[in-house]
Each structure stands twice: as structure tokens, then as C-alpha cells.
Design a protein around this ligand. Structure first.
Ligand code: SF4
Length: 517
């Protein structure tokens, strides 16, 4: 049987799909310089969507003409000069705002079209890009933020991630997928790449081939969040490190050619995988890749929730990595420059972003770790932040996001600070807040997921409220949290959570975590 593609024949394509046939949005890069000279009003409204392919969204309200820009940081690994370039963009153009996302990327706000060419040049000069950070394309490749220094990794995935990123970079073969395509490449045995919520995830595995035990990966496909969340499914396949790029491209090819394009909300790979099942998906994959070995031994041992707080030994003798909290992932430009300076002075200049919106300083000589942590910035960015502040995550929310129903980032910070004051508990409780069902803050995998909604109060006035979902995890293949009945007025959310957590504290065993198995 030969591989066959079907999408070009589809007659019921969505509006966005019809537009994508008219115009490959990769071409938006050719127009940005002209728009920057003509100003925001020179951009036709029907071109706004295409800016996503350049990593640019119009922030709320769109008519004001300010852009949000997302910059990809594959596997979260940044050099010192990259960090300084990013700090410079935040300082010179982004009103000082520097956000770390749940996919290890960086987001700026308040950018104008006139500034974009210079920002592109600055990114380019340090090997960074915003291309394909948004849009219907392969997005930032996430992975193990400890790649190359991790005592708990089976393979150093640094180069593999770079190769995957390069394979898709502005690649016209993949510039028109049905929707976004999220890749995770991770060899940390504690699932640092959050495999199950990605479209395609490479997870650590080994297999005896020709009498030799080889390290490689198993493959999970079809995970994703939003309003119809699905956990990625395991395929019966073993992938050698040198095959990762081809396999990632093969999965993207299937998505491109068979993914649904009629309705945007059905256009993620997860729906195709659900309909086909893992067997048919694998069969089709092998038509593209050629024969590959069946699965070997899974090496994943647990899930660390993407938390790395504290000083920990690296696999290199005498070196440590230092994981610190960045409350809801937001820094200002001065902090970014200070972080860059400290990374240079105490480490090798590198800094790494984590999917929980936090930071890691790698390659710090162990004897210098204490001196590093005595620097004043760590009064705010703590290695041992109060529990609720340390384990809270938030999406962008109504401050900048057009899809948001509620405020999130500052609210999550306030809620966490209130809980830290009022609930003393012996285990972390991971709380994620999102401002709409799109779930950029990954609320489904949190112990407590708070999803913003609107509701009428007793005077029939529309107010911001939250649904509470409990019990999410990615341990043992994962389980999404479940919604409790009702909606809570945002104003009383802190008190309601306090009562709820005090009940949990009173009824739990010592050391018992929020979700036990
Ligand atoms: Fe915006 Fe919704 Fe994503 Fe939050 S979850 S950043 S509100 S789209």
C-alpha cells in the first residue's frame, strides 16, 4: 500500500483553510518591512491572521495595533547573548514585560509594526526566531530543560532538538498544517517534556537490536488540551536518536495530509488519532518512514511536573544547576539583564526556561551556588518560594489576550500570595489558572485547575468567575482534572480555595499529595 494524501480534495474547508490556499502565510515575512514603513493602518484586516506565522498576534484590543510576539526557545536553552538580546527587546520595545510561557518560549507585549524589522534583526543576530512560534505550523520544540546536564536523562537531547527545530524552520512543506503542531523531545526519566499533552512526543526508551542495547525513544501521538483535551497515545515503535527528525516529519506529514480542515475546533491531530486509533496511525506512519522496530522498554519512571527548584548536582562532576521560581513567569527587563549577568558570573552564561514558567541556572560550580543565591534578585526569584507561589502557573489572560474571559496572571499571583498567608500545608498543590477554554496555562494537568468564565451575579450583572477542576496529573500516562459543580465569583475565589485546601489539609494523611494512586 502506498501513502496517499487527501486534504487538497476536500470541498468543505473552513474559512481559514480557503485563505491558506490563496496565500501561504510564510509569505507574510515578505510584507512586514513594507507594513512597518506604512504603519499599522497599511495592514489590511484580512492579513492580520497571517502575522501568527511570524510569531505575532494583535493584543487586546486589536484595533490599537499593538502586537504580542512569541520567541521560540527550543528545549528552553538560552545562551547569555540570547538572553541579553531578549532583555533588550523587552526594554526598548516591550515596556519591560518579559513572560516565560508554558512551552518554554518568551513573550513580549506592546510591540508596534514599526519596531518589528529591528526586532527580527536582533533575534536573527543571536540565532533566535519568532517564525512559526504561532500559527498552523510546528511550534517551539519543547524538551528537557536539563538536556546535557541531567543525571536523570538517558540521552542528551540538545542536538536532536536543534535538528528538529531546523527541519521545520520556515519549511514550506509544513507551513500549512490544519492547525498548530506541538512537539516534545525529552529523555528525562521523569517526563520533563510533559509528553501526553503534545501532538507528538518522543519519550525515553531502550531496545536490544542486533545483540546491543540501544538508547532511543518511544512515540506518543495525539495529545492536546483546549476544550476537548486528549492524552497522547503510545505507538508500538522504537525510534533511534538519528531517526527522530524523520519520524517527527512523518507525523507532521500525516497531520498535514489527513488532519481535519473543515472545522477549526476539530483540526488538531488528537481528533485524527482518536478516530484512526494508534494501529492505523502507526501503519500510515510506516508507509512514510519505511519499516522500523517495534517498541522496546519504556524508561519513564515518573513525572516531576516540570519543577526543578533548588541546587542539584549535574552529571558533570563539581557542577550544579539551580532552579528558581519566577512568579507566574513574569520578569521585567532589569531582572532579565541581572539574570544574564549572574549566569555569566557564576555559571557558563546559559539560562534555561521551564514549562512551569520558571528558570534554571545551569553549570554553576557547586561551591559557588551559595554565593549565587545570596544575590539580591533571589529575594524575589526564590529557590524555596512559599508553596502556592512556587507551584502556580498562569496564562496571559485579559490583560493582553483577545480570547480571554477573565484576568489571570496578576490574579493568580494574588491568590497564591493569599493562600501562602492563610494555608500552611506540607505538600505542594499545583494550581494553574487560565482565562478561557484554550488552556494555554495547561489547567487540565494541575492539582487544581481554575478556568475563567463569565457569569451573572445576583443582580444579573456579568462578572468574572472561575470553574474549579481537581486532580490532574501526567503521572502514569496522565489523567485530566475533573470539574466541580458550579462557578465561583472571582472576588471570593481566594477564600473558597482557602476553605477547600484547609479541608484537604485536615482530612489528608501526613505527606499525602493532592492526587494519590
Ligand atoms: Fe488567552 Fe485563553 Fe490562552 Fe489564556 S488560555 S492566554 S485567555 S487563549
Amino acid at each position: 500500500m502506498a501513502y496517499e494524501k487527501v486534504w487538497a480534495n476536500n470541498e468543505k474547508l473552513s474559512k481559514q483553510e480557503l485563505q491558506k490556499i490563496e496565500r501561504d502565510w510564510l509569505e507574510i515575512f515578505n510584507d512586514i518591512k513594507g507594513y512597518s514603513q506604512g504603519g499599522f493602518d497599511s495592514i489590511p484586516k484580512d492579513q492580520w491572521d497571517g502575522f501568527k506565522w511570524a510569531g505575532l498576534y494583535l493584543q487586546r484590543p486589536k484595533e490599537d495595533g499593538y502586537f504580542m510576539m512569541r520567541v521560540k526557545v527550543p528545549s528552553g536553552i538560552m545562551s547569555n547573548e540570547q538572553l541579553e538580546a531578549l532583555g533588550g527587546i523587552a526594554r526598548d520595545y516591550g515596556r519591560g514585560v518579559f513572560d516565560i510561557t508554558t512551552r518554554q518560549a518568551i513573550q513580549f507585549h506592546w510591540l508596534t509594526i514599526e519596531q518589528i524589522p529591528d526586532i527580527f534583526d536582533r533575534l536573527d543576530s543571536v540565532g533566535l526566531t519568532s517564525a512559526f512560534a504561532c500559527g498552523d505550523v510546528p511550534r517551539n520544540v519543547i524538551g528537557n530543560p536539563l538536556a546535557g546536564i541531567d543525571p536523570n536523562e538517558t540521552i542528551d537531547t540538545t542536538e536532536i532538538v536543534k535538528e528538529v527545530e531546523a527541519a521545520f524552520f520556515k519549511n514550506p512543506d509544513f507551513s500549512n498544517l490544519p492547525r498548530k503542531f506541538k512537539i516534545s523531545v525529552n529523555a528525562n526519566i521523569y517526563n520533563a517534556g510533559n509528553a501526553e499533552i503534545n501532538d507528538v512526543a518522543f519519550i525515553p526508551a531502550e531496545k536490544e537490536i542486533d545483540g546491543e542495547v540501544k538508547q532511543g525513544f518511544h512515540l506518543k501521538v495525539g495529545g492536546g488540551l483546549s476544550s476537548a483535551p486528549k492524552l497522547a497515545k503510545l505507538l508500538d515503535l522504537f525510534v533511534l536518536p538519528e531517526q527522530v527528525v524523520d519520524v517527527a516529519k512523518a507525523v507532521a506529514t500525516i497531520f498535514r495530509d489527513h488532519g481535519y480542515r473543515e472545522k477549526r475546533h476539530r483540526a488538531r491531530l488528537k481528533f485524527l488519532v482518536e478516530d484512526w486509533g494508534p494501529e492505523k496511525f502507526l501503519e500510515t506512519l510506516l508507509l512514510i518512514t519505511g519499516p522500523m522496530p517495534t517498541a522496546g522498554t519504556d524508561l519513564t519512571k515518573g513525572w516531576n511536573g516540570s519543577y526543578f527548584y533548588g541546587v542539584h548536582p549535574q552529571k558533570q562532576d563539581g557542577l550544579s544547576y539551580v532552579g528558581v521560581n519566577v512568579p507566574v513567569g513574569r520578569l521585567d527587563d532589569k531582572e532579565v539583564f541581572e539574570i544574564a549577568r549572574l549566569a555569566r558570573e557564576y555559571g557558563n552564561g546559559e539560562v534555561r526556561t521551564v514549562g512551569t514558567q520558571n528558570l534554571i541556572f545551569p553549570n554553576v560550580p557547586t561551591e559557588k551556588a551559595e554565593a549565587l543565591l545570596s544575590e539580591s534578585i533571589f529575594n524575589r526569584l526564590k529557590v524555596n518560594a512559599p508553596k502556592f507561589t512556587a507551584y502556580s502557573v498562569s496564562c496571559t489572560g485579559i490583560e493582553y489576550c483577545n480570547l480571554a474571559l477573565t484576568e489571570t496572571k496578576e490574579r493568580m499571583k494574588r491568590v497564591a500570595a493569599y493562600l501562602d498567608e492563610n494555608v500552611d500545608i506540607d505538600v505542594p498543590v499545583r494550581i494553574h489558572m487560565v482565562g478561557c477554554p484554550n488552556s494555554c496555562g495547561q489547567r487540565q494537568i494541575a492539582d487544581i485547575g481554575l478556568q475563567g468564565v463569565m457569569m451573572r451575579d445576583k443582580d444579573k450583572k456579568m462578572i468574572e468567575a472561575f470553574e474549579i477542576n481537581v486532580g490532574g496529573t501526567l503521572l502514569d500516562g496522565g489523567a485530566f482534572n475533573e470539574k466541580l459543580k458550579g462557578k465561583i465569583d472571582g472576588e471570593v475565589l481566594p477564600e473558597v480555595l482557602r476553605e477547600f485546601l484547609l479541608y484537604f489539609k485536615e482530612t489528608k494523611q501526613p505527606g499525602e499529595t493532592f492526587r494519590e494512586y
